[in-house]
Design a protein around this ligand. Sequence first.
Ligand code: SF4
Length: 243
Amino acid sequence: MAVLGSHIPLDDLNTQDAEALLKWAADTYGERAGIVTSFQTTGCVTIDLAARAGLNLRVLTIDTLRLPPETYEVIEAVERRYGIRVERFQPDPERLRRMVEQHGEYLFFDSKPKQEYCCSIRKVEPNGRALATLDLWITGLRRDQSSFRKEVPKATVVNQGGREIVKLSPLADWGEQGIWDHIRANDVPYNRLYDQGYTSIGCVICTTPTRSGEDKRAGRWRWFNQAGEDKKECGIHIGGSGI
Ligand code: SF4
C-alpha cells in the first residue's frame, strides 16, 4: 500500500515560511485543506496571512459549547473582517447528554481521566469529524507554546481516523513577539481575554490566566499540576498526531 508520506516533500516543506506553506496547501489540496483553529492568536494570524495572499482556505473550529463569550465574539469578528464563514463542529448531542447524565457538567474537576473523557466528547470527536473533511490540516501549533510542543514540525503526515493526512503548523517557528507584532501592525481581530492575562484560551473554567515565567498553556486545567498530570493537552494534538 502506498504511504502518503512518501509522496509529500516533507524535508522541503519543513524549510519553508508560513506564506509559502499556506500557498502550497491551497494550491495542492484546495477544498480538502483547512485551517482548524480555536482562535488563539496564532490561528488568527494564520487566517490573516492566508487572506492577504488571496488564498481561499476553509476555516474550521470546534465549538465545545463551553467557550467563553470572548471566543464567540472573535469568531464573528473574523467572519466579518475576511468575509468568510467559519465552519463550526459541535459535540454529538447524544454522547454529550450521556456524559453529563452519568458524570455531571463538571466531571473534569474529578480526575485526569474524566477531564480527558470530557475533552474527548466536546473536542476530540468533533475534531475528528472536521478532519474527516480534510486531507491537509493546518494548525496553529508553535514550538514556544509549551515544553510538550517544543519540537513540533512545520509539516508532517499523521494518522487520523485510520487514514493519513498532512498536518501543517506554518507558524511553528514564530515567537510570541512576532505574532503580536503582526496582529498590531495589521489590526488582526484577536480574543480580548489576552488583554486580561490569558496566554492560551480554551473552555471556560478549564482556562485561567497565566503568571510571568509560566508555559503559555499553564493556565489550562490548573488543578492538575501534580507530578504526572501536567500534560496540558486535550488529545487533539497527541497520539498519532505527529508531535
Ligand atoms: Fe471539557 Fe474542560 Fe476539556 Fe472543555 S477543556 S472539553 S470543558 S475538560
